[in-house]
Design a protein. Structure first.
Length: 106
């Protein structure tokens, strides 16, 4: 699985390449994240590529969780993923926090 969900602590982990072609494979993990009993961390540390379809799915997750008083924390995104987050405007949504990690420049 490219995207999976662990309930304790509520973590949605995204790996590899995520685009419209893989959207169907992330639905089960997202459905479990929608039911999370706390804030959800989206671990993007192993995500190499993402298109707007993932950003839309994460925006929907944030909206549903916000309605329950919860937040989404986007953690460990590589620079190219942070750029995609910003292009999609995900970082401006209420209840979404982007936690960038410093990446060493080779």
């Amino acid at each position: 699985m490219i995207v999976d969900f662990c309930e304790k602590p509520p973590t949605l982990r995204c790996r590899g390449d995520e685009d419209r072609a893989t959207q169907g494979r992330r639905r089960q993990a997202l459905a479990r994240a929608f039911r999370a009993q706390g804030d959800v961390v989206v671990d993007m540390s192993e995500l190499v590529f993402a298109d707007v379809s993932l950003m839309v799915d994460l925006a929907m997750l944030a909206r549903r969780l916000r309605g329950k008083g919860r937040a989404v924390f986007l953690r460990g995104a590589q620079p190219q993923i942070v750029s995609q987050i910003e292009r999609a405007g995900l970082h401006r949504l209420t209840g979404v926090r982007v936690e960038e990690e410093a990446h060493a420049v080779a």
